[in-house]
Write a protein that binds this ligand. Structure first.
Ligand SMILES: [Zn+2]
Length: 500
């Protein structure tokens, strides 16, 4: 090649790089006065793809009303192919009325193209799904086009949006995930109490007791403090995610342990998984939008910083914890009923005072930071799901569970639950069903061709137990469409295969 074409090539690459860096997000173009519409978002992500070789757009699915769900995949090589890199997934705006998550995600996407941030992509393959719920976003409503709360849908996967996200996750098996939301601290109860939560950004890790202890520990003692500190160094107020309250009226805890949300549904696969919630506008969703969007971006940016500094240890931890899960030997007992407990510690909770209009600190006495098991079951070798139960079979397919041929071994027996009655139990301040069961040995002959056999020795092993046990607080039978599986005076149709 002679000198001229090389020069032209270099200046072309340089120019297109400069161009890519100069792409403004729709929010910036709108001078922070208008949230990004679906059409603007579509145009923006496609422009990013066109202008920069660092990012590729993948359409991971469609919403109920037929809008595209986009993933922006950032990589200096072929996404997901370089095994020395760590894979991170951020998703935002599952709730359509939580606009700042999307705006922050788009700001981050733009920032990833800047040369000063290239060091992050030397270590990280980053995927951003900026808008999980475009239908809700267009209407500024929490729920999707079927009026379903997507962030309670990650177990049953009845919606196209959550199904698409899980298919995407399963394709790459991301080591780190973060689900970006907003919280609304306002309301009569709080005004009456005299204070409200006020942190601009809050962050929480996984709390389900079946997630590997390493992951829960490191999230709490290392990752959260790092990112919260990163936020405060960048002048955003931040605190650990603490739902519940007002204090003295109801307890304060750390996140739900339910596995039907974005964070825990990936956490239960031993993913280092988080939720970030920025503070919503008080009077309308435009209020403070620039500050809110930049705060959300800053938290995501802080998470990338942590991950890039600790890439190898996170990869090693996730890999070995997942290996144990796949071997089926992770935890012989699976916790299927839990609750939040105190540990004698009081919480100093930063709050805004309605009387002084200033930030202050309130001491919370009823603080319950620990999730403890109330009831657990021995993990079986697998479950037999009757093929007749079409909806269950469909559910197995949605989660892409491994199914194998069943041939009863000499050292195995089959257990069946008899439903004696249906009680109730408090689950995070909701009364839900709690069946009374008796375990019986299944005496009849099994016609293996009438069943799917789902071994628990697989990545989704703990999720499978939580989903299929009738006494599980988080199980399928707690959802209306699967409620029919539980009938008093009858046997539960899903069978357990156990070692004798
Ligand atoms: Zn939300």
């Amino acid at each position: 090649m002679n000198k001229l074409p090389v020069f032209i090539l270099i200046s072309f690459v340089f120019a297109s790089h400069l161009l890519a860096q100069q792409i403004s997000t729709p929010l910036e173009k709108n001078k922070y006065q208008k949230v990004t519409s679906y059409d603007e978002l579509s145009a923006f992500v496609n422009l990013m793809d066109e202008k920069s070789g660092l990012v590729k757009v993948e359409i991971i699915g469609q919403s109920v009303q037929g809008r595209n769900l986009y993933a922006l995949k950032f990589s200096t090589s072929e996404f997901g192919q370089d095994k020395s890199k760590i894979k991170v997934l951020f998703m935002a705006q599952q709730h359509g009325n939580e606009q700042s998550g999307k705006e922050g995600a788009l700001l981050l996407a733009q920032a990833m193209l800047k040369p000063e941030n290239r060091y992050l992509l030397d270590k990280i393959d980053l995927a951003i799904v900026p808008q999980m719920n475009p239908d809700g976003s267009e209407a500024n409503k929490r729920r999707n086009g079927n009026a379903t709360d997507l962030n309670r849908n990650h177990l049953i996967l009845s919606e196209p949006e959550t199904m698409a996200l899980h298919r995407f996750f399963d394709k790459y098996l991301f080591e780190v995930t973060m689900d970006v939301h907003e919280y609304s601290p306002y309301g009569e109860d709080w005004e009456k109490y005299g204070h409200r939560k006020n942190a601009e950004e809050t962050l929480g890790g996984t709390t389900n007791p079946n997630v590997s202890e390493n992951i829960r520990q490191i999230s709490e003692t290392e990752v959260l403090p790092f990112v919260l500190n990163y936020l405060s160094q960048n002048k955003y107020t931040s605190f650990e995610y603490c739902p519940g309250g007002p204090p003295e009226i109801d307890y304060i805890r750390h996140s739900t342990f339910d596995i039907n949300d974005g964070r825990q549904s990936f956490g239960i696969l031993n993913t280092l998984s988080f939720i970030q919630e920025g503070k919503n506008g008080e009077d309308n969703f435009i209020e403070n939008l620039q500050r809110r969007a930049e705060g959300q971006m800053c938290g995501m940016r802080g998470m990338l910083e942590y991950v890039s500094l600790h890439k190898n240890e996170i990869k090693k931890m996730v890999e070995s914890d997942r290996k144990i899960l796949v071997s089926g030997k992770s935890n012989p007992k699976v916790s299927i009923q839990s609750d939040h407990f105190g540990n004698g510690q009081k919480l100093s909770l930063p709050m805004y005072s309605y009387s002084t209009h200033k930030d202050t600190v309130v001491i919370v006495n009823d603080y319950r930071p620990v999730v403890k098991t109330l009831y657990d079951v021995q993990k079986p070798e697998g479950y037999l799901v009757p093929k007749q139960a079409k909806d269950l079979v469909e559910w197995v397919g949605k989660h892409e569970l491994i199914i194998t041929e069943f041939k009863k071994q000499k050292n195995q027996e089959i257990e069946q639950y008899f439903i004696k009655g249906i009680d109730s139990i408090d689950f995070e301040r909701d009364m839900i069903i709690n069946p009374v069961v008796e375990t019986k040995i299944f005496e009849g002959e099994i016609n293996a061709s009438d069943y799917l056999f789902i071994p628990t020795a697989q990545l989704k092993g703990n999720m499978i137990v939580l989903a299929l046990e009738p006494k599980s607080e988080l199980g399928l039978v707690t959802y209306e469409p699967f409620r029919y599986l539980l009938k008093t005076g009858e046997t539960f149709p899903v069978l357990r295969v156990v070692k004798k």
